[in-house]
Design a protein. Structure first.
Length: 203
């Protein structure tokens, strides 16, 4: 998993509440267990018409937001079914951070496990950040996980809280497998002892 330390990038405003996982990645695209290739289907019902053509009024179909790395939304982002494809699609598109007043629990957990930082900030702060984002590519927003601040284009720093263990994992690029591999020497020692004392388990 790619570590998340400090991100400065284009933020896309999505002024919607209750954006569910079927809106993030519709069920018809869940035929794969691969984490790549889902970005083109992110927000598919918002981005494309029935013929598959882009809807020009949707933010991710506009410049400079096609290259957005931060998404700003409203309450209850990621509600609905518990599909892990939702953070996969965001990440494959290029989104590394979602800022919203709150998140659905399962989506919140899945984001951390896949290298996406969900930042909880009050509604009024999200509205100000959306106004910043609407200024386009020259109004970059910085998300600094080490210092736990969001920096607006005008230099204002907005603090946010994140669980210490999850912060550690993101800063060091550790998913569940990476956390386990940190204990590889102890695991190897245990298996060697077990193989010596109970060889029939390995026959």
């Amino acid at each position: 998993m790619t570590p998340f330390t400090t991100l400065t990038g284009i933020a896309a405003p999505l002024p919607k509440a209750n954006v569910d996982t079927d809106q993030i990645i519709p069920a018809r695209f869940l035929k794969t267990i691969r984490r790549t290739g889902l970005g083109k289907s992110l927000f598919a019902n918002f981005r494309y018409d029935e013929a598959g053509a882009e809807k020009p009024d949707f933010v991710l179909n506009q410049e400079p937001y096609r290259k957005a790395e931060i998404l700003i939304a409203f309450e209850n982002f990621g509600c609905g079914s518990s599909r892990e494809h939702a953070p996969w699609a965001l990440l494959d598109f290029g989104i590394r951070c979602v800022i919203a007043p709150d998140f659905a629990d399962i989506f919140h957990n899945n984001s951390f496990k896949n290298g996406i930082l969900p930042v909880k900030l009050p509604r009024e702060v999200c509205e100000r950040l959306m106004e910043d984002a609407r200024m386009g590519g020259n109004a970059r927003i910085t998300v600094d996980l080490e210092r736990q601040v969001v920096v607006r284009p005008n230099g204002e720093e907005i603090p946010f809280e994140v669980d210490a263990f999850r912060r550690h994992c993101l800063l060091n690029g550790l998913d569940d497998i990476g956390q386990t591999l940190q204990h590889a020497p102890a695991i190897d020692t245990h298996e060697a002892k077990l193989r010596a004392s109970q060889p029939w388990l390995f026959a």
